[in-house]
Write a protein that binds this ligand. Sequence first.
Ligand SMILES: Nc1ncnc2c1ncn2[C@@H]1O[C@H](COP(=O)(O)OP(=O)(O)OP(=O)(O)O)[C@@H](O)[C@H]1O
Ligand SMILES: [Zn+2]
Length: 480
Amino acid sequence: MTLTVYNTLTRRQEPFETVELGKVKMYYCGVTVYDYCHLGHARACIVWDVVRRYLEFIGYRVRFVQNFTDIDDKILNRARQEHSSMEAVSERFIKAYFEDMARLKIKEADEYPRATHTMNGIQRLIQELENKGYAYPADGDVYYAVRQFPEYGKLSGRKLEDLQAGASERVNVDDPEYQKKKDPFDFALWKAAKPEEPAWESPWGEGRPGWHIECSAMVRDCLGETIDIHTGGDDLIFPHHENEIAQSEVVTGKPLARYWIHNGMVKVNGQKMSKSLGNFITIRELLDRGTDPMAVRLFVLQAQYRTPVDFTDEAIASATNAWHTLQEGLLFGYQLGNTSFDHQSPVNNSYVERFKEAINDDFNFPGGLEILFELAKKLRREKNILLHEGKTQTDPTELLKDWQTLVILAGVLGFEAEQETEEPDHGGSLSDAEIEAQIKKRLEAKKIKNFAEADRIRNQLHELGITLIDSRDGTRWHRN
Ligand SMILES: Nc1ncnc2c1ncn2[C@@H]1O[C@H](COP(=O)(O)OP(=O)(O)OP(=O)(O)O)[C@@H](O)[C@H]1O
Ligand SMILES: [Zn+2]
């Protein structure tokens, strides 16, 4: 089966065909840099990191561009609060962004355009929109006339009429922007300079760009007129991506992107985790309290990328347990005596095929993870037998191949285990009686098919340096 992806634009899962054979141009709407990144951003970044890695794995050459929005009211507000400048705030949080992403092992993009570095492209686009009759100046601002674009709403499936009806009560007629607009849904392409705010020269006077036009200009400057994949969180479908389409497509006469793919939100008690709402946990907070970056990756990839996920401490704890299982599998080869990993090593193709088959179905990463866990659990079982009986049950050459397969496929999803972390700290070990009691609890959990709890107990014991060996006559154990 070849890759098929769900396209927000057509609301269908479609075969993936690129504009240029073998090449993918991909743009991700990145962060507005006025604060530290939170777990919601981590989800978006991990999902697109893995989509990119997977496309490379199946043979595409991917050009991945991700922007920074470094002009925005929120950045200006923060600068005011801190008595500093917009540049100082954005530089600080861009630096923090790179630190966080390095800790999460996110591959760097090929290019990171910034709004403030794209001023020519932005102004050129606005000028072209004006020349074609899609934009009009109003008192130093410039607005996009949504009524001019009959396809407006095609991405989000919203109709202007419905929006109008819904919004009529909420419109603030005293708002100066409202008074300048010909239609309440027209949006700003350029905003006249306000006193003491950063501003750029333009044919419409001093000012700064609106948010949506930045991305249209950055896509065009960095990747061209039609790209293959445009991504971002599903909170951006309307109005941001709708407006990007409206701006770009009337100027170029071409589709802006073949596939619009959106990640679901990380939520907290059912509400979007968001900087503006203040209900977030930053990536650095989460990692500084000892969460393994690979557990964060697992937390993200265990969910289908389009569905919302709830952040809870329990969910992170359970992802941490699962990571320990995977980690054990990834370290298996070193226990067999290998000192390094050779990426050219032979692999077990049947697993590779199953892995691809799962993920080719609209980037079904949870399906891909199942294959990894199958391999990791097999290797763990063999490791226990090896420790206990001095040799493995399966031919070591076959096992080595399984291990190599696991390392390579896990790498496609960005998972890496470091050899140094191989032996967890065995500090507070348990007495024999305590171990027996835990084993009993685990058996009871298994009886009622609560395998998650059974695995949790096994992993917890493993952390304390105790290995369990399951056999037909019960569970034996030894200290490592
Ligand atoms: N809770 C979340 N879950 C998943 N993705 C998110 C979440 N919040 C933001 N994103 C995605 O991260 C990228 C950067 O978002 P942005 O900088 O606008 O953050 P934000 O937290 O939504 O900001 P704000 O709270 O000010 O709206 C976007 O692609 C956005 O869709
Ligand atoms: Zn964007």
